[in-house]
Design a binder for this molecule. Structure first.
Ligand code: NAI
Length: 310
């Protein structure tokens, strides 16, 4: 299948990720069906897509983009004519497997079934299906309408054609695909983020620094470089000799626990999920949440211009 053959896309799950993934496909001229079990989420999704486009200075496109979108609580309506389905529901393997089983029973045989899972292997999700060759991971980054990267991960039985179609589709949308050479839990980016977050929470737990200070260190220091140079480029700029000395001192001292960081477990127990609930590491109001989203969207766009033409 060529990218232009993907004309109709079903997105399942209209939350933080799903609404924005659906927006991306509608902006690129495709017919999009956005499905959720919650009517409230579907209503919110329509409003957020409008806000996202306004934030990007594309208010004049709102009506046209909306005209290509159908918001529906009925899964069959959303996926029966789809060339591609992207699943963005809760991060739970059994729930995702049940969804893929159902998708397979509704969709055409040649429909590509993609998951936006943050961690699971495509092979684990495909275990529930009869045709694992069309199951693939398309891992977007929050917010998908701004961040270009999409990790494309094929499983044990995913066909090379499926991976190639998804890769070409991502390129045709002006986004940046990275294909893993083999599947790994959490792919590349979430393995890196998890390693960083484990150390961040350990520094707070051990009383070394406040969350604000750690955010300042990243925002004003290492994050500034990472927007334009990868960790290996930064490594080479510093020198293997320097990093050898740093590793000799630090490798036995940095956090290596194999548990979920206790602070994250406590937050989940309290129902403090971050901006979704108004409290996470910090307190959030609707205003401060919008300000954060705006700051990220504008900065990511700006950094994108510095990376253009590479
Ligand atoms: P979310 O909680 O904002 O949205 C999930 C949506 O799925 C909800 O609206 C829920 O009502 C709906 N849903 C649940 N079961 C459903 C079903 N059976 N049929 C239809 N809709 C159903 O979650 P979020 O953050 O959008 O995450 C979705 C997926 O994307 C997860 O797998 C997550 O790991 C992944 N992801 C999340 C990122 C993030 O930054 N939050 C980044 C990249 C991937």
């Amino acid at each position: 299948m060529n990218p232009e053959d993907v004309r109709t896309v079903g997105v399942v799950g209209a939350g933080l990720m799903g609404h924005s993934i659906a927006q991306e496909f509608a902006v690129s001229g495709r017919q999009v069906f956005l499905n959720d079990v919650s009517e409230e989420r579907l209503t919110d999704a329509r409003e957020r897509i409008r806000q996202n486009l306004e934030m990007l200075g594309r208010s004049q496109e709102v009506d046209e983009v909306e005209s290509r979108m159908t918001f529906t609580g009925d899964l069959r309506t959303a996926v029966e004519n789809a060339d591609l389905v992207v699943e963005a529901i809760v991060e739970n393997l059994e729930v995702k497997q049940a969804m893929f089983r159902e998708l397979e029973s509704i969709c055409r045989e040649d429909t590509i079934l993609a998951s936006n899972t943050s961690t699971y292997l495509p092979s684990q999700i495909a275990e529930a299906t009869r045709n694992p060759e069309r199951v693939v991971v398309m891992h977007y980054f929050n917010p998908p309408h701004v961040v270009p990267l999409v990790e494309v991960v094929g499983g044990r039985d995913t066909s090379p054609e499926t991976v190639e179609t998804v890769r070409d589709l991502v390129v045709s949308q002006g986004k940046k695909p990275v294909m893993l050479k083999k599947e790994a839990l959490g792919f590349i980016a979430n393995r890196l983020q998890a390693a960083l977050l484990r150390e961040c929470f350990a520094l707070v737990e051990d009383g070394v620094a406040q969350p604000e200070d750690i955010d300042t260190v990243v925002r004003s220091g290492l994050g500034r470089r990472l927007g334009v140079a990868g960790p290996f480029e930064v490594f080479d700029a510093a020198g293997a000799d320097v990093w050898h000395a740093i590793c000799e001192q630090l490798m036995t001292d940095i956090e290596s626990s194999t548990e979920v960081p206790p602070a994250i477990a406590r937050m989940v127990e309290r129902g403090d999920y971050g901006v979704k609930t108004g409290r996470g590491v910090y307190e959030w109001t609707p205003q401060s949440t919008t300000a954060l989203r705006r700051r990220i969207a504008h900065a990511v766009e700006e950094i994108g211009r510095w990376n253009d033409g590479e």
